[in-house]
Write a protein of this length. Structure first.
Length: 472
């Protein structure tokens, strides 16, 4: 404070040391009350929302299903946005009332998904992408006008950008899925096997019937070179495992034993009686081995196409997937990860996932890869790998039934080759063929190498029909 005289009159001039800071970001003054640091409130709210989302995703009262887990995550983020609105109003002079809008949007969507699951999910898939994009743009404008903290802006701008990208990806996925459903209708029939329906398609005529089992993460159309070629000689059936292709997801763990049981039920209810020649590629080899062990009187021939090796036969079937906390937790993680397919990421991968197949088959595979159901079923399949490999070891002796083991000549080590030779010893009427230059995937996706797989299947069929030994 200082005194000065103006025209004979003494006046008092008060100097406020804080006036020179007016116009600056008041958030630079930490402390309680209206001068609280808005940047810390933004950071804390976002962090709490993220933690809440993760905790709710694994909460036992949330069903371990992809729509419900997605809804739980949205409810967690709701808490973060709500805290930002409330705390900024209560403790700072930069109230961010706009944050109530994303809190309401995510909260309503999350509760609907948790409460109603798949039915409401189909509707929300069309609603949320444009609504989220509009909301993200509006949020960006509000932040620019109302938030003066550089730290707060640096934290919120990337989050809003992610929301905008997610909405664009979600719209891309929804429109793509609708186009796929129209372009690729179910080619076979959907048959209830106990709580869910599986897709089965049989072509050709003759006996024995060939049943084809694709590898991990694959669907029936991946056999686009092989099935039509086999159908020219005998009846051949392809199908989609639960959650794959045109088949519905299953609520039970899909280990090798369950897959074999469902396949047998599918064939019986689809009026496809034995005898069967079963052929499996990669992980599919585990499933046909288990199928042959469980239904020995119906399986008359076997083809293992670069098959994954079963566990040691010393203690087969000791592993149990169970339904305890660990399994439930992994199932929730699987559901959470599969949410990425909602954002169109699987659709981008699908464009290159099925190269080399006939055009129609390639497009069908790409459409299947793009779905959350396929992504989740694939993750679950690998989570059940230990159980599946042990269950496949139950087939210790295939007697003198025809068996061909087909091995890719490229991309494998000595241990893989040794396991392939061990598989060939399951039968006294077996042949082990190595396809020089072929990779693991080439045996089904490359036209020339897939022809070797087709020939192996037809050779087993001929051996069964003529009751003659296989020729190498």
């Amino acid at each position: 404070m200082r005194r000065r005289t103006v025209h004979g009159m003494e006046s008092i001039v008060t100097t406020d040391p804080t006036r020179k800071d007016m116009g600056r970001d008041r958030s630079s003054h930490p402390g309680p009350g209206p001068r609280g640091h808005i940047g810390w409130i933004v950071a804390g709210s976002l962090a709490i929302g993220l933690v809440a989302a993760l905790l709710l995703a694994v909460a036992p009262f949330i069903p371990a299903e992809e729509p419900a887990v997605t809804g739980a995550v949205l409810c967690g983020f709701t808490l973060g946005w709500a805290m930002l609105a409330v705390l900024s109003i209560r403790f700072t002079d930069q109230p961010q009332r706009w944050a109530a809008a994303p809190a309401l949007f995510m909260g309503v969507g999350g509760l609907l998904l948790v409460g109603f699951g798949s039915p409401v999910d189909q509707v929300l898939n069309w609603v949320w992408p444009p609504a989220m994009l509009a909301l993200a743009i509006w949020m960006l404008v509000r932040v620019h006008r109302q938030l003066h903290s550089r730290i707060g802006r640096w934290l919120l701008y990337p989050v809003i950008a992610v929301l905008a990208l997610a909405s664009i990806g979600g719209g891309y996925q929804t429109l793509g899925a609708a186009a796929d459903a129209k372009a690729y209708p179910v080619p076979g029939q959907l048959i209830d096997v106990g709580g869910h329906r599986l897709h089965l398609r049989c072509t050709g005529a003759g006996t024995p019937t060939v049943v084809l089992e694709p590898g991990a993460g694959e669907m029936s159309s991946i056999l686009g070179w092989i099935a039509p070629a086999v159908a020219r000689d005998t009846r051949v059936c392809v199908y989609d495992r639960a959650g794959r292709g045109w088949s519905e997801p299953a609520s039970t763990a899909q280990d090798g034993a369950q897959i074999a049981t469902d396949l047998h039920t599918l064939l019986q209810r689809g009026h496809v009686p034995g005898p069967y020649v079963v052929a499996g590629h990669s992980f599919g080899g585990l499933y046909v081995l288990t199928f042959a062990a469980r239904y020995p009187d119906e399986v008359v021939g076997l083809v293992l196409v670069d098959s994954t090796a079963p566990a040691s036969a010393a203690n087969p079937g000791t592993h149990s997937s169970g339904d305890g906390g660990s399994s439930n937790g992994m199932s929730r993680v699987s559901a959470l990860v599969s949410t990425a397919a909602r954002l169109g990421l699987g659709r981008l991968y699908g464009q290159v996932a099925a190269g080399g197949l006939p055009p129609r088959s390639q497009d069908e595979v790409a459409a299947s890869v793009a779905t959350p159901s396929t992504l989740r079923s694939t993750i679950d399949e690998y989570l059940q790998a230990a159980a599946s490999t042990e269950q496949a070891a139950a087939l210790r002796d295939f007697a003198d039934k025809p068996l061909i083991v087909l091995t890719a000549g490229s991309g494998h080590d000595a241990a893989w080759a040794a396991n392939q030779s061990r598989l060939a010893r399951l039968s006294t009427n077996s042949v082990h063929r190595v396809v020089d230059g072929a990779t693991h995937e080439d045996l089904i996706s490359n036209e020339e190498d897939a022809a070797a797989t087709t020939q192996a299947i037809l050779d087993v069929v001929a051996s069964v029909r003529g009751n003659v030994a296989l020729v190498g």
